[in-house]
Design a protein around this ligand. Sequence first.
Ligand code: SF4
Length: 424
Amino acid sequence: MNKKESNKAVLPSIPELLAPAGNFEKMVTAIHYGADAVYMGGKQFSLRAKAGNFSDEKMMEAVEYAHDLGVKVYITINILAHNRDFAGLDGYLFQLQKAGVDGLIISDPGILRRARKCVPEIPVHLSTQANVTNAQAAQFWFEQGISRLNLARELSLDEIMEVRGATSGELEIFVHGALCISYSGRCMLSNYMTGRDANQGACAHPCRYSYKLIEEKRPGEYFPVEEDERGTYIFNSKDLCLLDGLPELVASGANSLKIEGRMKSIFYVGGVTRIYRAALDYLRDLPADAWENPANIVLPSIFSEEIVKTGTRGISENFFRKAPGSSEMLYNAPRVQMKVEPVAVVRRAGLRPLVEARNVLETGDKVEYMLPGIKCDPCTVVRMETEKGEELTRANPGNRIVLHTEPALQRVSLNGILRRNIKG
Ligand code: SF4
């Protein structure tokens, strides 16, 4: 055994990278950019009711596609269920068994009970909605027959490690995505204000709205709450990003790292998955002695430069190192101004790829192709043609065009994404 091999023998295991799949295209994109597993919802019983989600037929197709590429598929059945919600549940569970899914993401003990009775061979993952915040609760849930639990987002690294030390079941940790101001998503704000229940998958995101102040004896008089001239967004939490903590999380023995965002765009899903994949691959290649103190491992700066290009509300480590304070909120806008935007998705690879435009694209535009990994290939669009060979100087969203670039893109592959800096 050479030195490298002997070093590799003591490296920590690299956890699974679990990405959101709000629809078939998002799943394909997540897999293209390196997800080991994806999670998705069916048409019923799943939070994120507006995510599109998968019909029974589409789910069969999705599982087949993912499995052909060695990727696992987990299905969310994570509503907080009322009695009426159980109608049709058993049939749905049998349908998922037929589709060959790899896990069920559940938060309600009643749904867990039906799943254990109907399809006991399908592993159950406890959803973050179950709010597991301590080792005793983790042990309780493992005793109920679950095989994995997603810890509450309100835990510090030390608490995660304490739970790890007390249990042997699989632990899944959210590493990236939107945060709620409420406790692990248990929030009535949307239900109260819009009638849309966040715990039934229909959140209208009122925490992102702009609010004003009213004094009780002056009805109708709205006092601005101002951070700057745009007002303030008092409930608007920044997004979770644990890229900097990734070495410590890997060393902690976490089994799966989860990206939030079934309702986000393919640009977000592909962009974030790509960066975490590249970061995990970077950590996998470190020598064993680097792991003597994981807190000293620093990812190259390109990782943080790339993550802010995926579009966020600013980033926060949430509770990972200390309790969050006022700097973890984005007070002056619903989100930060994006610097980069998607322009097209590759539909046929080649030196002159066929792409589907996602934004207006013009001859002369400077774009870059997002490679799997952390790098991008820059180029200029020098000619665009329809599939029939007619020249275009401008393509609109949805148009399929053959792209000529300078230099020619050598490493384009199906389902890859082209992006550009936003002008101005
Ligand atoms: S309103 Fe905001 S805090 Fe409440 S569940 Fe929806 S996203 Fe979370």
